[in-house]
Each structure stands twice: as structure tokens, then as C-alpha cells.
Design a protein around this ligand. Sequence first.
Ligand code: SF4
Length: 351
Amino acid sequence: MNNLSHFHKKLLDWYDINHRILPWRETNDPYKIWISEIILQQTRVAQGHDYYLRFINRFPDIASLAEADEAEVLRLWQGLGYYSRARNLHAAAQQIMSEHNGIFPDNHAAVRSLRGIGDYTAAAICSFAYNQPYAVLDGNVYRVVSRLFDEETVMDTPAGKRLFHTLADEILNTHEPAQHNQAMIEFGALYCTPTNPDCVNCPLQTYCQAFAHGTVHLLPVRKPIAALKDRYLNYIVYLSAKGETLLHRREKQDIWKHLYEFPLHESDHLFTQAELTPYLPAGAHLQGEKTLKHILSHQRLHARFFFVQSPELPTTNQLPAADYIRISLQALDDYALSRLTLRALEGIIMA
Ligand code: SF4
């Protein structure tokens, strides 16, 4: 790109006037930047903002997070999805305590070796916390770079990622890498948007090859989305006369590991009421049911929740697994539940 310093100035001028005030931008504490970056993966800024504040309030530093119970970390994460992020945060905090004497590392290789930290997050922490010259590429930056260079290589392949990293490094402002990276992310998020960006008034227009060639609407190029796998989940929410219910902690390498859920019968279809009969204790009756669809990154979940009133909780042979815990309904709030389960419980009064 010609006249790179002028491009940097135009970008930073735009950023100075237009950027949003966000709490993680007001700090150079690597711990807080790390937490914000992990929360913002797969999460919109508006939703992530409150989670960030709650998380930092409860775990203000590495030591407090490392010492916490994993269940509490998951409970705080509840509703954000992609729970491996929370488990990895917790494990990495313990790793920093044991391998780095509780001090967040300041070199890229050490940051990258922490649990759950990939190329993007390592670059973001090193750039934003330590002002080191690493280009940070989130989805917004990929889009801006693809358009500036009119680059039609598929971005989400290993070769595509390497190429886009090279291009982003080429235009990195090595004097002010932190500001530059924030500006690129914000410019993609607010101005160079996926559809109908205001190219005519764009401050970077003279540098934009896609604008010159009329290809803005075609970029960036992504891999076709893989077909979603369908799963059918039949949950039975038992409520005994004593106001108790049953929960199970998911342990398998699957979605929602270490979250709690009601007794689940996974099948190739959603159960009818008649199919519930083998799982009902004597004297039980169906109080209601709720059918929900829930989309995860690679799966489409079809779920039916049956709410069952019963004098007693079911016996072990009526349950899909052995290791259930019996809790009072009031205690439900103490357990981390999936977003799907929370949706099922919305507006339900079990009495
Ligand atoms: Fe993005 Fe349009 Fe500006 Fe190019 S001219 S950088 S496509 S907003």
C-alpha cells in the first residue's frame, strides 16, 4: 500500500472521533484484556459487556479466578454459551499461578501457550496490554483487509488465514500497534460493515481496492457453511411433593460439559406423551410441556421439556443415568444450566 503513514493517520483520526467507550479499552491490564477477549469471542459487545463487568467484579485478578471453584466460574458464564471458554479461563489462571508466579506473561510465545489462547487472543493481549507489534485479526478485520486489498482468497482456511495475517502485518502501524488494532476492529464493526457500507464517504476509500473494482459486496469470501447435525433431546423435569427435582452433571466430551441438566433421554425423535409412561413414578401426572429449537455452531437441537408432578422422585431404573443429585427447586439458581434449559424454565412456575 502506498503512503502507509497517511493511511494510518486517516484510520486513527476516524477512530478518535467514532470509537465506543468500552471498559476493556480503558485498561492495559493483561488480565482484564484477556477476560474481555475471551468473552467477546462468539458474543456481541452489547451482551458481553455486562458479563465482563460481573466477571471482573467477582474475579478481579488472576489469583481470585485460579482459587475459585470451577462450578462458580461456569455459573457466572451461564447463558453465554461455548462453556469450554470458561473452563479454559479457569485452567489458564491456575497455569499462570503455577508457571509464572501469578504474573501474566508478557511475551507472545508464553501467552500463546496458555490454555484456551489462540493466535488471535495472544496477539490482542500482546498488542493491547503491552503495545507489541502484532496484527489482531477478528472477523471485522478480515473483512476490512479483504476489501482494502480486494482479496478473494477464502479467509477461513489455514492458507487464507496465513495470507490475511501477512496482509494485516503489511499495513500494521508499528509505532502505535494497540491503537491501530483497536481502530481496525472498530472500523470493521461500525463502518466497513458486511452489507451496504457507506463507501462514498469512507475515509479510507482511496486505499480500497474493492471499492475501485466494484467488488465490495463480494468480500470477504468464506467457506460454505457445513450442514448442521440434528439432535433430539427429551428432558423430564420432575417435581416431587417435597418440592425437589433431579439434576445431572454432564461429563462427556460433548456440548455443555460440566453444566447441569434435567434427566435427558436423547433419541432420534421428540417423545410423545405416551412415550413418557415408562419414566413416570406411581401417581405422577404431566403438568405441561415445552418444545424448543436451539442452534449451536454445528448442531440444531430439537428439545422437548416435560414438566412432571409426582408424589415421589423416580427410581433409578426410570432414569437415563445413575448419578443424579436431588435438589430443592429453590436451589436451582446455584447450578450452571445451559441457555436452552434456562429458556425452557422461563415463565414456568412449578408448584
Ligand atoms: Fe470498507 Fe467501503 Fe471503505 Fe472500502 S470504501 S474500506 S469497502 S467502507
